[in-house]
Design a binder for this molecule. Structure first.
Ligand code: SF4
Length: 441
């Protein structure tokens, strides 16, 4: 019997890491489970969500992981990378014959660094690559250093949806995901992966195309969640939940509507009135939209010129007309911000009145255009300690240990910059304003 464990790190940057589910680990674990018979290969998940990072508890939990032939890791966010490296090191010391293979966006972006920490890496999607790894090891062959594949070669349309029985029910469903709506039983799904845009701060456009689930697979996953987990509401974690092509977005709405699911998700301000109306009819409660900044100059610098102020305001008006609540996502600390960015943002919020706001601190994510060419954006220094890479700051208190892992030149191509402390002050000021109005969750 060949044994495999997928490792899920602590997700230390979330206040409640159990609110979200390790979708990609479940997805690839399912893919492997379905590729072999139960007598040939077993797959399980070792889930460290909720264990404090670099703590004795985490170390104790890692030391209790049973021996396996192969440990797999999907590093979606760079903020997890250091912890995953250290878990792999401990397991390797405990079980010298084991093999360790990692994939995920961080691995795609920092391949050479990851090669120093794992026996092999998967670059691109993992459906076929992880199978090649397992086949090679089971047949006594040696590992290649990197298993590379293009996302275009592996459609997401009909691949099996993740089976959730790898984890206990309380780690799959909860009422917190929809607590602002009375707490229906919820979980998360992805009905697409990737994004077609090129915002200069982002790597979640990996792949840089939208791979959408087929309608039958959406229906099958929703039916499975309802039948086995009594799911009443789903969070669509897709980068763009409302596909720009209205025929495709309609398929998603139909699947959700037929299943009688409540849902929320994130999308772009390009969604039309008709799409928003259909979204509402299909059960949509809330849409998050990446406005990012109220400063036109910043919008241009971050390469999001396709999003005009008029477009944002039309999107918000249309959401209000159809009865969908709005969560605006802002980033503070982007290059070119005016000195009064905090006041300008508050004025915008007073004028447009969204229900919720998610305010992040800028994080130069490895692999993003801003990380690759910091000089162009006036960035003097980027901290390569990935543990400090987080974006949700000061939401529930004025204290944070991590975040803003960079510094600007005093004078940038756009004039005087903010110091790290000034950016923190701006974020704290607006977070407390939002908190006082119940606009954060
Ligand atoms: S910020 Fe959103 S719209 Fe822009 S590239 Fe990233 S995922 Fe796409």
């Amino acid at each position: 019997m060949y044994t495999i464990s997928f490792i899920v790190p602590s997700w230390h940057y979330w206040v409640n890491p159990l609110k979200h589910q390790p979708y990609w680990e479940l997805y690839y674990a399912t893919n492997l489970r379905k590729s072999y018979s139960a007598n040939e290969v077993t797959v399980n998940l070792e889930d460290f969500r909720g264990t404090a990072k670099q703590s004795k508890d985490l170390l104790d939990a890692v030391k209790k992981v049973p021996e396996r032939n192969l440990y797999l890791y999907w590093i979606f966010k760079s903020g997890d990378a250091m912890e995953v490296y250290s878990i792999a090191k401990i397991l390797k010391e405990m079980y010298p014959n084991s093999k360790h293979v990692a994939g995920g966006t961080h691995v795609d972006m920092c391949t050479s660094e990851c090669l120093e920490h794992f026996d092999a890496v998967v670059v691109g999607p993992g459906e076929i690559s992880f199978r090649k790894v397992v086949d090679s090891l089971r047949s006594g062959g040696s590992l290649e250093k990197a298993y590379q594949q293009k996302y275009l070669e592996v459609p997401f349309k009909d691949t099996p949806y993740p089976q959730r029985d790898f984890l206990p029910i309380e780690k799959i469903v909860n009422k917190e995901l929809f607590s602002q709506y009375g707490g229906p039983t919820g979980t998360l799904v992805y009905f697409s992966r990737g994004c077609i845009y090129h915002c200069a701060f982002c790597v979640y456009n990996n792949p840089n195309l939208l791979q959408v689930r087929g309608p039958e697979m959406m229906r099958a996953e929703l039916a499975y969640l309802k039948e086995n987990y009594k799911i009443e509401a789903v969070l669509l974690k897709d980068e763009v939940a409302i596909h720009p092509n209205s025929k495709i977005s309609m398929m998603t709405f139909q699947a959700l509507g037929e299943a009688g699911m409540l849902w929320r998700g994130q999308t772009t301000s390009r969604a039309s009135y008709d799409q928003l109306k259909m979204a509402k009819e299909s059960g949509c409660l809330e849409l998050a939209v990446g406005v990012e900044t109220v400063d036109d100059k910043v919008m241009e610098i971050i390469d999001k010129r396709w999003q005009s102020e008029k477009q944002i305001r039309d999107f918000m008006d249309n959401c209000k007309k159809v009865g969908i609540k709005i969560k605006i996502c802002f980033i503070f600390g982007l290059p070119g911000e005016s000195q009064d960015i905090a006041e300008k943002t508050i004025r915008f919020l007073e004028g447009t009145q969204p229900e919720f706001v998610s305010l992040s601190g800028f994080c130069p994510i490895p692999g993003s255009p801003m990380f690759k060419d910091p000089k162009r954006y006036g960035i003097k220094f980027i901290d390569k300690n990935w543990d400090k890479h987080a974006h949700l700051l000061y939401r529930f208190s004025n204290e944070e240990e991590v975040g803003l892992p960079f510094e600007y030149e005093k004078v940038t191509p756009w004039g005087p910059s903010f110091s790290r402390e000034q950016i923190s002050d701006n974020i704290r000021q607006v977070q407390r304003w939002l908190e006082a109005r119940g606009m954060i969750y």
